[in-house]
Design a protein around this ligand. Structure first.
Ligand SMILES: [Zn+2]
Length: 176
C-alpha cells in the first residue's frame, strides 16, 4: 500500500492577466515560519534548513514564535488520518496554499505522526521525508514522477533534495 502525500492548492485568482508567472510563488524571502511547539519540531526545522542550504539560499526562512508574525505555518496531527481525514485516507502530509494574484500569501502544512494504514508511529526519518516534501509543495513544487526526487508522491525512504527537485525550484524562482 502506498502512502500518498497530498497537496491541496487553493488558488484564488482575482485577475488572470495579473498572473505573470506560470506557477504560484512567494514574492519575497525570507519567509517567516511558525512551527507548532512539539517534540518533533526540530525535524521540521532541519528540513527548512536543508531547503535553504540545498537551494543556495534561493529560498530562505526565518523561524518565528508567533503564528501571527508568520505566513507559513506547520502543525502536527497525531490522530489516525484514516479515521479523521476520510478524504485523504492515505495522506501522511498536507500542504494548503493560498495564492491571490499568483503569489502565495499563506501556506499551512500538516505533518501526520501516524501511519494511515496501520496507525503505527512514523519514525523520525519518515517525518523528515514528509517535511521536505510538504515544504516543497509550500514553495510551489508539483509532484515528480521520478522516485529519485523528494517530490515523488510516496514515502520511499528519501532524505535528500535531488538535482531535479532543485531545477524545478529554479524554474519558479529564477526564470529566464
Ligand atoms: Zn505531495
Amino acid at each position: 500500500m502506498k502512502k500518498f502525500l497530498f497537496v491541496i492548492l487553493l488558488t484564488i485568482i482575482f485577475c488572470g492577466t495579473a498572473l505573470a508567472w506560470k506557477t504560484p510563488r512567494w514574492g519575497y524571502f525570507p519567509l517567516n515560519v511558525y512551527i507548532q511547539d512539539h517534540p518533533k519540531k526540530p525535524i521540521v526545522e532541519k528540513a527548512f534548513e536543508t531547503w535553504q542550504t540545498a537551494s543556495g539560499e534561493i529560498v530562505t526562512f526565518r523561524m518565528k514564535d508567533s503564528k501571527l508574525a508568520s505566513s507559513l505555518h506547520v502543525k502536527f496531527d497525531d490522530k489516525n488520518p484514516r479515521v479523521q481525514k476520510k478524504d485523504f485516507s492515505n495522506a501522511v502530509g498536507l500542504a494548503v496554499t493560498q495564492s491571490p494574484l499568483g503569489f502565495y500569501s499563506k501556506a499551512d502544512l500538516t505533518i501526520f505522526l501516524l501511519s494511515p494504514q496501520t496507525g503505527r508511529t512514523l519514525n523520525d526519518k519518515e517525518l523528515y521525508e514528509i517535511s521536505l516534501h510538504e515544504i516543497g509543495h509550500a514553495l510551489g513544487l508539483p509532484h515528480s514522477s521520478s522516485r529519485g526526487d523528494i517530490m515523488y508522491p510516496d514515502l520511499h525512504g528519501q532524505t535528500y533534495i535531488s538535482g531535479n527537485d532543485l531545477n524545478m525550484l529554479k524554474k519558479i524562482y529564477l526564470p529566464d
